[in-house]
Ligand binder design. Structure first.
Ligand SMILES: *[C@@H]1O[C@H](CO)[C@@H](O)[C@H](O)[C@H]1NC(C)=O
Ligand SMILES: *[C@@H]1O[C@H](CO)[C@@H](O)[C@H](O)[C@H]1NC(C)=O
Length: 456
């Protein structure tokens, strides 16, 4: 059990066997899982946990609106390629997990004493009147969790929640009590109940979506202001003790960037790299929400978040670097082959104001890009610019040098505002990598604007 205990004491550090240092994290891009059902990862409002060299995320499934559908668990060794593991909590007949309920922000800690994975969640009625925190446990990280029940912690309202596990193994619930303020509460040693109040940021401070990370002797507390699903400039403060005194709140991303259009869900230490995890909520269709994960610089008592188009996390080395610059190949480029009914469609927000649409369907529309270049032979993460005006995902089979992938394309709202899908593929050094977009299971694919390919 030493392997389990080690992450109580150490940052999340993996025993990674793969040479994966060239794949890129792409903030705001959709992530198709590497296994069935090949959907955009539904792990919103979640948190990360490391178990035996594998990272797991538990998050909200928003495929079908805002009401509770399931809490999903996914795994990864590189934070780029994600595998769907299981639905760890699903809708029941009635009660806290019944139809139409609010079940949000699952966070999981491993309790060394009880050998249980303990999940805390925001539990609410559809009008947010219940305002409770719920708890569930499991013997394995992605196993079925047994739901224990919900309470108002210390009899106070609780909405957005998170967990923090200190280096001594003591765990805390971060909870937002709209009437009184943002709280840190200490959990019992089995992590199943709230024991005592640790700190309160009293109203009218109006913070939610909290997360804590510690470096050296300094605790950094992150939180969002309250602006519903819309993002705001998130803030942080520091202290050498969870009981305070805490410094005044400051912004950590550029003012007016609305934290690069995201809201804090977790801040994690990955073998020394501090990573901000935010949700870019799309309230009109929550399944379209994406993940804004960025390296966060903590220096002394200062936190700074800088945006990246793409970045490389070398987990083994405990370092990160900005991603390589990209070449772009337009879908409508004259060197491409546009066949079997695929054709140009205008797109005011796209590069070249043009996409190639009618990919897939019964005619089997197909787009072939035969001249994609890379300076090195490598596995790399390409960005696919596309539109999908439907309300649900479209899929395409994307083949790269003969190797096929199924890619999910989440809705973009209309055919004039391109979105970005991430896909990790092997490329050969040279100018003749061949990328093909075609039907998956006979369905219509997205309209393709362009692909953006790392040069090196
Ligand atoms: C693109 O690839 C095709 C097929 O391999 C080749 O015939 C053509 O010369 C290439 N064009 C450019 C501009 O590299
Ligand atoms: C790319 O990834 C595959 C699968 O993990 C691996 O077999 C291959 O060696 C990798 N290629 C390069 C160039 O790293």
């Amino acid at each position: 059990m030493l392997c389990h205990f080690s992450y109580l004491l150490l940052p999340l550090s993996g025993l990674i066997h793969h040479a994966t240092a060239s794949v890129q994290i792409i903030p705001g891009a959709s992530i198709t899982t590497t296994n069935a059902p090949y959907q955009h990862m539904q792990a919103h409002g979640g948190g990360l946990i490391l178990v035996d060299g594998v990272y797991y995320i538990h998050g909200e499934n928003k495929l079908d609106g805002s009401a509770f559908q399931s809490i999903n668990c996914y795994s990864t060794v590189d934070l780029v390629n994600w595998k769907f593991e299981s639905k760890v909590l699903t809708v029941g007949g009635s009660g806290d997990l019944g139809p139409g309920r609010v079940v949000e922000r699952p966070h999981v800690l491993y309790n060394e004493k009880t050998k249980k994975y303990v999940m805390w969640l925001h539990i609410d009625s559809s009008n947010y009147g219940d305002a409770k925190a719920g708890v569930a446990t499991s013997d394995s990280v992605c196993g079925t969790y047994s739901y224990i029940g919900s309470k108002r912690p210390l009899n106070f309202e609780s909405r957005d929640i998170s967990l923090y596990q200190d280096t001594d193994g003591t765990a805390y619930l971060l909870t937002e009590d709209r009437k009184n303020g943002l709280r840190i509460d200490k959990l019992s040693s089995d992590y199943l109940t709230v024991e005592s109040a640790t700190y309160l940021w009293a109203q009218p401070a109006a913070f939610e979506a909290a997360a804590i990370v510690k470096t050296g002797n300094t605790y950094f507390m992150f939180a969002s202001k309250e602006s519903g699903w819309s993002p705001n400039d998130n803030v942080y403060c520091t202290s050498t003790s969870l009981t305070g005194p805490w410094s005044s709140w400051e912004k950590f991303a550029p003012s007016g960037s609305n934290t690069f259009s995201s809201q804090t869900t977790a801040v994690v230490n990955i073998n020394g790299v501090i990573m901000y995890m935010g949700d870019r909520w799309v309230s009109s269709n929550l399944m379209r929400s994406t993940y804004v994960w960025l390296p966060l610089t903590l220096s002394g008592t200062k936190a700074t978040l800088t945006n990246q188009v793409n970045w490389i996390l070398d987990i083994k080395a405990g370092t990160w670097t900005p991603g390589p610059s990209e070449t772009q190949v337009e879908a409508e480029a004259s060197s491409n082959t546009i066949a079997s009914g695929a054709k140009t469609v205008s797109c005011s927000g796209c590069s070249g104001k043009t996409t190639i649409g009618y990919i897939g369907g019964s005619p089997g529309g197909k787009l072939t890009m035969p001249n994609v270049s890379s300076t090195v032979t490598t596995n790399t993460t390409i960005r696919i610019g596309y539109t999908n005006a439907d309300q649900s995902q479209r899929y395409a089979k994307v083949s790269v040098n003969g190797v096929s992938y199924i890619v999910a394309f989440i809705p973009t709202g209309d055919d004039n505002t391109p979105g970005t899908a991430a896909l990790t593929v092997p490329l050969n050094a040279g100018d003749n990598n061949v990328v093909v977009f075609e039907a998956y299971n006979g369905g219509w694919g997205p309209n393709i604007d362009r692909i953006m390919v790392p040069k090196s």
